[in-house]
Design a protein around this ligand. Structure first.
Ligand code: SF4
Ligand code: SF4
Length: 326
């Protein structure tokens, strides 16, 4: 365990950037906090989860699948440097673990793993949540973790890659900081985890009536914010762009809240109403994914509840379901 003083952060990042394509929370000139490149703005590690989908480092909003030039196919280029991504909260790391499983299943998604393989992922925890609140540490599930003790960052490596990049940080961690880390790691599961578990049981027992989804669907304005922010939403659409020289096939994020999400060429739409689409968004994570993957695929990162303009994010809907039908 090492210590990184805030004044050393920029030097540490500059050193990393010689061997890695570095991404970390930065403050853009318009005040938005995103996971971006060091040149995009000053580091902004405090504030908890960034609002944008953190898994976009490996599954970007738009990405080339291949290009065809006179019948010659070319896949996307490998990144020049492997990625170093800092900024995953422990809940974001759980999301990343889930979509790693998803993209590795069956026909392994080589476009995803081009960026994911050899990447180093760094978690963020400690007294760096919104307003300085404590984010309990992940204690693993990443290559290294940056834990804020209130003034400095404890840097805890969990993999060989994590040990390598933190080797230059020679300051020993203070015993009081280490004790804070240990105590924070003992924190109890929160009330929202129990809420999701109960909502999942209700859905799997088919105890949530159709009229509930009609009410929720009436409140959805199909802005797609929930899906676009969610680290475990992996649906995408595919399109071809043709020019005189070549054709490019690319993929971009899709949203199950859009009318055309499942519409078939015949015009038939299995998700042809807002009620069905809203049910699908929640049911998929709380009932379908536990059947397929053995776990709920919402890890309570908080983004959909924060971005939904009409108050029907995951926790809000689960709370209403449990209150009315539990
Ligand atoms: S809280 Fe919302 S955005 Fe976050 S993982 Fe769950 S469903 Fe996705
Ligand atoms: S963020 Fe809310 S209003 Fe927008 S698509 Fe999602 S559920 Fe609907």
């Amino acid at each position: 365990m090492k210590i990184l003083h805030p004044a050393q952060l920029n030097n540490f990042i500059e050193r990393l950037a010689k061997a890695w394509e570095v991404r970390l929370p930065v403050l853009l000139p318009d005040g938005t906090r995103v996971i971006g490149s060091p040149g995009d703005g000053p580091p902004a590690l405090h504030g908890g989860a960034v609002m944008g989908k953190p898994t976009s480092a490996f599954f970007p909003h738009h990405g080339t699948l291949f290009t065809s030039d006179g019948g010659k196919l070319e896949g996307p280029q490998n990144p020049d440097l492997p990625l170093f991504v800092l900024g995953f909260t422990p809940r974001d790391l759980a999301c990343l673990r889930f979509i790693d499983r998803f993209f590795a299943d069956g026909l392994c998604d080589d476009v995803y793993f081009r960026r994911r393989n050899n990447a180093l992922v760094a978690g963020l925890s400690g007294l760096c949540g919104p307003g300085g609140i404590m984010i309990p540490p992940a204690g693993g599930g990443c290559d290294l973790e940056f834990f804020c003790d209130g003034s400095c960052w404890l840097v805890i490596p969990y993999s060989d890659g994590g040990r390598e990049v933190s080797a230059g940080l020679s300051d020993p961690a203070l015993p009081t900081s280490v004790e804070l880390f240990r105590q924070a790691a003992l924190s109890q599961p929160d009330e929202q985890e129990e809420l999701l578990r109960r909502a999942s049981e209700l859905l799997r027992a088919d105890r949530v009536p159709d009229h509930f989804w009609a009410e929720i669907g009436d409140r959805c304005i199909a802005c797609t914010g929930c899906n676009l922010a969610c680290p475990t939403c992996t649906c995408f659409g595919v399109q071809d762009w043709r020019s005189a020289q070549k054709t490019e096939r690319s993929r971009m994020w899709d949203s199950c809240q859009l009318d055309g999400f499942m519409r078939e060429a015949s015009g038939h739409n299995p998700l042809g109403s807002e009620a069905l689409r809203s049910r699908r968004r929640i049911h998929h994570k709380l009932a379908a994914d536990p059947e397929k993957w053995g776990e709920i695929s919402c890890f309570l990162c908080g983004r959909c509840d924060a971005v939904c303009p009409t108050g029907i994010g995951m926790v809000a809907v689960a709370r209403e379901m449990v209150a009315r039908f539990g």
